[in-house]
Design a protein around this ligand. Structure first.
Ligand code: PMV
Length: 351
């Protein structure tokens, strides 16, 4: 076995295979709009999902010419590999050894690609975790930063919302005076002691209303916020909503929570409609489901509500408690018919 040197460390060629798993997340206060260097225009907060994950294995052959080959669920993805090569080049200032070798990456999601569940969040989260494991072996630097925080920092540079996936529970990205230690550069866990028990055991059932490609990517959507005349007001409102959600999380105000989370989802999509050019990612099924949720809530008073990502699918949120069976029956009997192929992904957030 050949000995190679990188920095002042020696290691055996082709010996470094690392693996990591990272979940996706769903935002409650949304990140939509950014500044250069992947700096968010406003703070965001999300739940990290328990089951929807990306599992990644990375084989690093140090000393070989830089290049990346990626297999997604066993199938080679050349375009994806090109993007990943660009990402690795971008983060070289923070991982100086990173371009000094060749990578073979095998990755797979535990959820369907078409689900609209953010695979970029779990995917970049898993890659960043793998890189931090390699950093352990190859970096000469004395660690000054917590490795999870650095993984979050690196994941952010791949896909902004990915930085929140490195932590469990409720996670904040973007500086806000409401959360001590919050930063634009990496995510932090929202303090557990500030969260009422009712928010610590939640369901997220994702109704797959539309399984095709999105007509506008989130990168393009963020870009359109630059010329959106309502952008500044929106960024300010997100800050204001942090003060509101802080009180809600502490007190257990479920009605306030539902109102705020739905408002955030609708604001995200309103921003899309007010962009130039305008675009709409919701489908008729999205609107029909929203109406049915509102009717159900009016009739029963039960806590079923929704959020939306940058897509048509509806995340059905409801606490796990003595009423959840009734809510689940309602969903199965009344909302499944709006999915494209009877598609639904069931996840939970408990911590
Ligand atoms: O991380 P990106 O660039 O894919 O943007 C994600 C944007 C939303 O999912 C719509 C909101 C969020 O905060 O996750």
């Amino acid at each position: 076995m050949t000995e190679k040197f990188l920095g002042n460390k020696s290691f055996r060629v082709a010996d470094h295979t690392v693996s990591a798993s990272c979940p996706s997340n769903i935002a409650l206060i949304k990140y939509w709009g950014k500044y250069p260097g992947q700096i968010p225009a406003n703070p965001s907060i999300s739940y990290t999902l328990n089951h929807c994950k990306t599992n990644t294995t990375m084989e690093f052959c140090a000393g070989k010419p830089f290049g990346i080959q990626i297999f997604l669920a066993g199938k080679e993805e050349v375009k994806f590999a090109e993007k990943m090569e660009q990402y690795f080049k971008n983060i070289e200032p923070f991982l100086p050894w990173i371009l000094q070798g060749n990578y073979t990456i095998h990755t797979e999601n535990t959820f369907p690609h078409s689900s609209g569940i953010a695979s970029s969040a779990s995917g970049f989260g898993a890659v960043a975790k793998c890189l931090m494991e390699l950093d352990e072996a190859f970096s000469d630097d004395v660690r000054t930063q917590d490795p999870v925080q650095k993984a979050s920092f690196l994941a952010r540079l791949g896909s902004g919302s990915a930085c929140r996936s490195l932590y469990d529970g409720l996670v904040v990205w973007g500086e806000t005076r409401e959360v001590a230690g919050s930063s634009d550069l990496y995510a932090v866990r929202y303090p557990d002691s500030e969260i009422h028990e009712d928010f610590k055991n939640f369901n997220d059932w994702v109704l797959l209303i539309h399984e095709g490609e999105k007509s506008v990517s989130s990168t393009a959507g963020h870009g359109l916020m630059k010329t959106n005349p309502y952008a500044e007001r929106r960024f300010q409102e997100a800050h204001e909503n942090f003060a509101v959600i802080r009180q809600i999380l502490k007190s257990g105000d479920m009605d306030g929570f539902m109102k705020l989370v739905e408002h955030e989802a609708l604001t995200l999509h309103a921003m899309m409609m007010m962009s130039d050019p305008a675009f709409i990612l919701m489908k008729s099924g999205t609107l029909q489901v929203i109406q049915k949720i509102w009717d159900f809530r009016k009739e029963t008073g039960l806590s079923l509500f929704f959020t939306l990502d940058a897509g048509a699918n509806v995340h059905l949120l409801f606490p796990e408690n003595e009423h959840s069976d009734e809510i689940k029956s309602f969903i199965n009997a009344n909302l499944m018919q709006h999915t494209q192929n009877k598609g639904m992904v069931k996840d939970v957030m408990n911590f």
